[in-house]
Ligand binder design. Structure first.
Ligand code: NDP
Length: 466
């Protein structure tokens, strides 16, 4: 995979941060252990006055799990990266500091901004394109801006520095394997396409319910909430993958064009009391663990009315989808983990007289992490063959040997922005949710309450068993 585009140095800014330690370095380790990172060099940087030994220890600790299961070549590749890594203390918002560091590294360099969003923005604003070596890639984390206007401004800043296909806006939620599993399912099977439209599909639900509560992340989450954190970015992308027309190729241009086309046609319409719902968890217990009321969590400002569970109904105005509700839901501190897309088909036009039992609509369930596929079909029941019964066909889809962040980094290193969010799409995602955020800020939609460990409000369309 080596070409002149292949990144030679990965520079992680925010080396002492949570993302770097918990997700980036372990993801990189699996990629290196699979000998899929070439002769990449790792450089850490941050405002902390760390010694080289402190950074080396952080890298070593984060690599240890991957090293244990790696083969001899993988172990050697990990050891080589550990031996060669360096740390640089700097303030990335100080004039010339970051450009100076990048200029001294072996090019092409991928600059990973694992920094607070406002710090990343400031750092980019003061970079001078003339100081960036050819091939430089900029890797930005979510949230990308805080609304359409700020996302557009950030896009403009980045476009002044490097070409669009050298900008990686990370959405690690869907690893490459999951994206390709959805595309393979949809476009390598002839039987699905003729029914994949408003004539045959009644609704599509995309649900990501977690049993994790706030887990000490109030600083970020209390200013974001479930709609911004999950629906605005990740779930809208899954929706787009489920709704796109077949692209000619699965190259980044065709696929990202198709995703953008769907999102441009998508909106959440008023009245928002009907098309959206929000709720916040109260005290409860999850798997024997006591969880305090959200407002009692450290760092939470109750007056913000931050929702920990959100549900929105998106419409896609195209011939294929007009009138089909796409219901996106995500929440924290729920008693049942649900991570799936559920496609519900319309009922048959006429069930032949003589059958008994319930003729329930077919449902196709695509599970995320582990990736699974379930198809609920009606079959003739055991014993009484005139009575209908339900059967579920189940398949476990192939998993990737990499962690999602390993897949993200592989795209960055090899110069493939397939998994990155394109600039126009990042703006569209904000455009879709902004009217809802405004309606919620006006308190037009009540903030409901659910107990931690429960399944959430029972009267929502996506309620368990609903
Ligand atoms: P942290 O606050 O844990 O880490 C931020 C890092 O940035 C620290 O190492 C900090 O160093 C460094 N930093 C801050 N200001 C400067 C500066 N002026 N110059 C150089 N370094 C600086 O944040 P996270 O790791 O949690 O998040 C980083 C990004 O990743 C954010 O955009 C976040 O939204 C995103 N993200 C995080 C996830 C997570 O699970 N943590 C998940 C998905 C996305 P110091 O401590 O010395 O100030």
């Amino acid at each position: 995979m080596t070409s002149e585009n292949t990144v030679k140095t990965l520079l992680i800014l925010g080396a002492s941060g949570d993302l770097t330690g918990r997700l980036l370095l372990p993801g990189l380790a699996r990629l290196v252990a699979a000998t899929r990172a070439g002769d990449l060099k790792l450089v850490g940087a941050g405002s902390d006055d760390w010694t080289a030994a402190q950074w080396a220890k952080r890298v070593h600790d984060s690599f240890s799990a991957a090293a244990t299961s790696a083969d001899a070549r993988g172990k050697a590749a990990l050891a080589a990266m550990e031996k060669d890594t360096s740390y640089h203390g700097l303030d990335v918002t100080a004039e010339g500091a970051l450009a100076g560091l990048i200029g001294g590294l072996e090019a092409p360099v991928a600059v990973y901004f694992a920094l607070p969003p406002h710090v990343s923005q400031k750092a980019c604003e003061i970079l001078d394109p003339a100081q960036l070596p050819p091939g430089t890639r900029l890797v930005l984390e979510k949230p990308f801006g805080s609304g359409t206007v700020s996302a557009r401004e950030l896009n403009r800043t980045l476009a002044g520095l490097v070409p669009e296909d050298h900008i990686h806006r990370v959405d690690h939620f869907l690893g490459k394997a999951t994206v390709l599993n959805i595309l393979g399912l949809r476009f390598a099977n002839r039987f699905l396409e003729p029914v994949w439209n408003r004539e045959h599909i009644e609704k599509v639900e995309i649900i990501f319910d977690e049993d994790l509560a706030l887990e000490g992340r109030a600083r970020y989450y209390d200013g974001a909430g479930a709609l911004r954190d999950m629906i605005q970015s990740h779930l809208l992308h899954i929706m787009a993958l489920l709704a796109i027309d077949a692209p000619a190729t699965i190259g980044e241009r065709d696929l990202r064009d198709a995703i953008s086309t769907v999102l441009r046609a998508s909106s959440i319409t008023a009245p928002y009391k009907k098309s959206t719902r929000r709720a916040r968890y109260g005290a409860g217990s999850i798997g024997g663990r006591e969880v305090p009321d959200y407002t009692a969590e450290e760092g939470v400002d109750p007056s913000r009315n931050t929702e920990t569970l959100a549900e929105v109904q998106v419409g896609i105005d195209t011939w294929r989808w007009k009138g089909v509700p796409f219901i996106l839901r995500s929440g924290k501190a729920l008693g049942v983990k649900r991570k799936e897309a559920v496609v519900t088909f319309r009922p048959v036009p006429h069930l032949p007289d003589g059958f008994q039992g319930v003729d329930a609509p077919n449902q196709l369930r695509i599970g995320f992490g582990p990736d699974t596929l379930k198809l609920d079909v009606d079959v003739n029941g055991p014993g009484d063959i005139f009575s209908l019964d339900r059967a579920t066909l189940l398949a476990e889809l192939n998993a990737s040997e990499l962690l999602p962040y390993g897949e993200v980094l592989e795209g960055v290193i090899s110069g493939d922005p397939l998994l990155s969010v394109r600039g126009d799409t990042a703006e569209q995602c904000w455009r879709i949710v902004e009217p809802v955020l405004a309606a919620w800020a006006r308190d037009s939609v009540p903030l409901e309450k659910y107990d931690a460990g429960s399944t959430g409000p029972a009267d929502w369309p996506t309620a368990v068993g609903g």
